[in-house]
Design a protein around this ligand. Sequence first.
Ligand code: URA
Length: 225
Amino acid sequence: MLQKSIKQYLEYLKLSGIQDIYFSGQKTPSQKKKKVVMETDHAELLSALEEKYRNCNKCSLWKGRNKFCYGNGDPQAKLMLIGEGPGADEDRTGKVFVGRAGQLLTKMLQAINLSRDEVYIANIVKCRPPDNRNPLPEEKQACLPYLKEQISIIQPKILLLLGRVAAVTLLETDLPLKAFRETEYEFMGIRTFVTYHPSALLRNPGWKKFAWIDLQNVQREYQSL
Ligand code: URA
């Protein structure tokens, strides 16, 4: 009965020249188009910047570089992860977190129902430090504007810092990782959390249970967005 009257009402609207109706919360074609255009803008902007910086020589890391590792993922991600710097596999491919640590990171994300395509991942430095040493202060300072620019384009709602190098650099506080994990921070106005770097978890599998707690916390925040 109700179905019949809805059908009649729709027929009536059609005869009156109304072709499309939208339910509350549903996007009109022009709104959908706008989102697609905005997504393209973010993606285009990031790839234009990647192209612009790829021959960067602001610090000495360029001398050993094969590939500049700008960052990968969704240019409009709500969650952005920040590691330390490229390793050998990343330097070879130009993609972040593709080696053993990257494979673990993929699994960590899967554990909270996220794929790598849904997040954006970048590093504190975009070129590989020799022998995977920690980046030097001058290298981090040279590279930081690129990361800040990425963050302001992507506008994530949550930042997850992977390891102490990312935390000390961005939060400008020198704490043990355990202490970093206990607090929520703000970086560039964005809610920021800290967990173990996947390489540290590969060396110390016993810490995975603590990383799991951090990931579940991030998942809760992500789901409430
Ligand atoms: N470790 C990092 O911090 N970043 C990478 O991209 C790979 C390993």
